[in-house]
Design a protein around this ligand. Structure first.
Ligand code: GDP
Ligand code: MG
Length: 448
């Protein structure tokens, strides 16, 4: 079946659903791939011909040499971004990238503050990777941040550092009682150098994407219109460009609608694409990426979590260890309450069901249909987190298929038990499952 653009790809659970692979596949059809939220705490792995490409900042469309954008809702850690660019350029991949000047920059003091805070929180730590992302967003929202624009303006950058750093240093040393070796001079030298290297990627992503989506005829000037005969009478280009928006993280890591406070600092639901890129509202098709079971990294409630051998088996078979963190991911059964909520929040038009092969050697597979607290029934994730942590999953059991499905490429060829499992999910969610993944390679994909 054919997928429509513009398209936003959203993880329907707690992340690591396999968004990287699906974006890599769709990028073949897209003209632009836009990363619009999160920082280098979001890791994707794309596998091509057995070669693994772990990515944390560059959109997964890099392998297709598409025009990549980092929109204002994302934050960049320049050293990591430069390493990723360098990696791809060295292997002969052309990196065409535009970074919005409004993108915020993760500073070394954000990382130090992050670490200090987690130590201070002790047992209540959120499980942050100490990458400073949360602190970077805090400064962004508090208008105390460094934007990409500042990195390429030495005078302004120096002034900003002189204003920000003394306070950050006091926080690290006097509030948290930790030592820091950072100085204004050290930071300035390192970051101005990053600015020099990244300057060539500067561009207004909001304007670029808005223009390509063809909605604001006024943005195209009259002189452009007469110069360019391919534009119609409204000054629009005749052919819409295909834009793919790559959501980082999963729905339940959303800073508001996720399992707060065990979340990221940003919105991860589909509607956030409008302010995070800087485009006006319109229909954007939404694809939910659903892993055939559930995983999560870090702390927080997880009603269908497995603590037994089955959980270990899923972790082992699914390689459920963080791309960035290498931490073992918590594993459990598929949870329809999570998926109903994710569908409602992001308006899924299509679903990609991933990692189905991981369940292949289980003799029985369970799915949570709803939660109970006492006799009270919940179809969705409750809005009160105090309730969510008390929810008991009600599970239905399916017979496993106990067959290797990793080479299957047609729905008809799947074992009957697998078809029943897939049809059940589709029926419960009332969203068509368009893609089924049976392995990490591009070729291990069933197009339904
Ligand atoms: P993302 O953050 O949503 O992009 O997902 P990650 O890349 O963090 O995690 C997904 C992992 O599963 C990656 O290592 C993928 O290569 C791998 N993967 C993706 N789809 C499948 C699949 O259908 N089967 C298996 N076995 N692995 C998959
Ligand atoms: Mg990931």
């Amino acid at each position: 079946m054919k997928i429509k653009f513009p398209l936003v790809v959203i993880g329907a659970q707690w992340g690591d659903e396999g968004k990287g692979k699906i974006i890599d596949i769709f990028s073949q059809q897209a003209d632009y791939v836009v990363r619009f939220n999160g920082g280098n705490n979001a890791g994707h792995t794309v596998v091509v011909d057995g070669e693994k490409f772990p990515l944390s900042l560059l959109p997964s469309g890099v392998l297709q040499e598409k025009h990549l954008c980092i929109a204002q809702g994302a934050v960049i850690e320049p050293s990591i971004l430069l390493k990723e660019i360098d990696f791809f350029e060295k292997r002969g991949t052309k990196v065409k990238l535009t970074i919005d000047p409004r993108v915020h920059v993760v500073m070394p003091y954000h990382k130090e503050l992050d670490r200090a805070t987690e130590v201070w929180k002790g047992k209540k730590a959120t499980g942050s990777l100490h990458l400073g992302i949360g602190y970077c967003y805090e400064d962004k929202n508090n208008r105390f941040g460094v934007r990409f624009e500042d990195l390429i303006n030495p005078k302004l950058f120096k002034e900003k550092l002189e204003m920000f750093f003394p306070l950050k240093k006091r926080q690290i040393e006097l509030v948290f009682g930790q030592k820091t070796n950072l100085t204004i001079e050290k930071i300035y030298k390192e970051y101005i150098d990053y600015g020099k290297k990244l300057k060539k990627y500067l561009g207004d992503v909001s304007l670029l994407i808005q223009n390509e989506l063809n909605s604001h005829a006024e943005l195209v000037s009259a002189s452009d219109f007469t110069k360019n005969r391919s534009r119609n009478k409204f000054g629009m280009t005749n052919k819409n460009k295909k834009v793919l928006f790559e959501g980082a993280h999963g729905t339940f890591l959303d800073g508001v609608f996720g399992t707060y406070p065990y979340t990221t600092a940003v919105y991860t639901i589909s509607g956030s694409v409008f302010p995070y890129v800087g485009i006006s509202p319109r229909k954007i098709y939404s694809l939910g990426v659903v892993k055939a079971y559930t995983t999560r990294v870090g702390n927080g409630p997880f009603p269908t979590e497995l603590f037994d051998k089955t959980g270990e088996e899923i972790r082992k078979n699914g390689g459920e260890f963080g791309t960035v963190s290498k931490r073992p991911r918590r594993c459990g059964w598929l949870d329809l309450c999570l998926l109903r909520t994710a569908k409602r929040l992001s308006g899924f038009d299509y679903i990609a069901l991933t990692k189905l092969d991981v369940l292949s050697n289980l003799s029985s597979i369970k799915v949570c249909t709803h939660y109970l607290i006492g006799s009270r029934k919940y179809q969705e994730v409750p809005s009160l987190m105090t309730e969510f942590s008390k929810c008991k999953p009600v599970l239905v059991e399916f017979k496993g298929w106990k067959k290797d499905i990793s080479q299957v490429n047609k729905f008809q060829d799947l074992p009957g038990e697998a078809k029943i499992y897939i049809k059940f999910i589709e029926k419960k969610l009332q969203v068509p499952i368009y893609y089924i993944f049976v392995g990490p390679e591009r070729s291990q994909t069933i197009y339904c």
